[in-house]
Design a binder for this molecule. Structure first.
Ligand code: DAH
Length: 341
């Protein structure tokens, strides 16, 4: 019996050295401590031991069993530890590694400029109004003092949908919509998309305008120039000045083209200002009395100024873009240049 236990001890040592997984540990338990295991076998063999030796032999077997159980418990604990360590290693996150940079989008240059323009005018107390892109003849032309068959309709190549409806050629129709809803004092900006059958390096069939309208008692052309001075100084350079030139728009009288002194050469003359020292930036004027009347506003009491700014034009001037197509192609190599750091 003692020899058997000695042999088992050796076997145990041998088996223990081979245990590397939970599975081999489980079969070790089965083989030694299980119901049909070696220790149970030893217990059974006790019957054959002479009676007087039995207690001592029983104790001997029991001591061996306790030994095996202790070994098993220790191994089991080590196994758990090893598994935990392996899992920690597998799932470890190295927080010192640099992160993966996700590419982010950025605002389109037209949006940037539009927002900058809104900022400037919002600072002067302007509200925002947005009108429809599909407009009726009345709002786009007639009530803006452009009757049917009037030659000034030829100034804009209109996309007509039918006799009555069209794609708006200008945001000026927003003036009518605002004055129909609201009585003076009015100070509003109307940004939006407009459409004309026109396409070359500086014209696109779809482009953006920002209309401005101020109506109150005693509003004059000086107010227009004052506001536009502030606008160009904030968008281009604080030293630029504006110049008003006589022009014609059916909805303003007098009408003006507004030039800005060249922010590239300071007015000395360069290729940007075509050696004139001035760059044309927008149109405007004093709201025609007919337009006020068409909206139920008495021109003997109130007066107004209005202006229309091409957002593409301002964007191209500000960033030195020479082809309007670049603004609509969505070439990332172009657009990424406007990404803010
Ligand atoms: N609507 C004009 C255009 O598209 C721009 C414009 C000029 C708007 C003078 C105005 C204005 O409000 O007063 O060419």
């Amino acid at each position: 019996m003692e020899q058997k236990i000695q042999a088992l001890r050796e076997e145990m040592a041998q088996r223990i050295s081979q245990i590397q997984s939970k599975e081999t540990l489980a079969s070790f338990w089965q083989d030694f401590l299980g119901k049909k295991g070696s220790i149970a076998g030893l217990m059974k063999g006790l019957g054959a031991v002479p009676k007087e030796d039995r207690p001592a032999m029983g104790k001997f077997i029991n001591d061996f069993k306790v030994q095996v159980e202790e070994k098993y418990a220790a191994l089991s604990e080590r196994m758990e530890q090893m598994e935990l360590q392996a899992r920690n290693r597998r799932e470890a996150v190295d927080i010192t590694l640099p992160g993966v940079k996700r590419p982010t989008g950025s605002l389109h240059p037209l949006t940037l400029v539009k927002e900058e323009m809104i900022q400037v005018f919002a600072g002067m107390g302007f509200d925002i109004f947005e009108g429809p892109e599909i407009e009726d003849d009345d709002h786009n032309f007639t009530r803006l003092n452009v009757p049917k068959d009037h030659p000034s309709r030829d100034m804009q190549d209109t996309f007509y949908l039918d006799q009555e409806w069209l794609l708006r050629t200008q945001t000026s129709g927003g003036q009518i919509r605002v004055m129909d809803r609201q009585k003076p004092p009015i100070k509003v900006l109307v940004p939006g998309r407009v459409f004309r059958s026109d396409s070359d390096a500086t014209h696109s069939p779809m482009f953006h305008q920002m209309e401005g309208l101020v109506v109150d008692k005693g509003i004059t052309l000086c107010d227009l120039q004052g506001m536009l001075d502030r606008f160009v100084q904030q968008l281009f350079d604080e030293n630029v000045r504006t110049r008003l030139r006589p022009s014609y728009f059916p909805f303003t009288e007098p009408s003006v083209e507004v030039d800005v002194s060249c922010f590239e050469c300071g007015g000395k003359g360069c290729s940007l200002c075509k050696h004139t020292g001035w760059i044309e930036v927008l149109g405007g004027g004093v709201v025609h009395p007919h337009v006020l009347e068409n909206c139920g506003i008495d021109p003997s009491v109130y007066s107004g100024i209005a202006f229309g700014i091409g957002i593409e034009r301002i964007t191209m001037l500000k960033y030195g873009i020479n082809n309007i197509g670049l603004l609509f192609e969505n070439d990332l190599r172009f657009l990424e240049q406007f990404k803010e750091a």
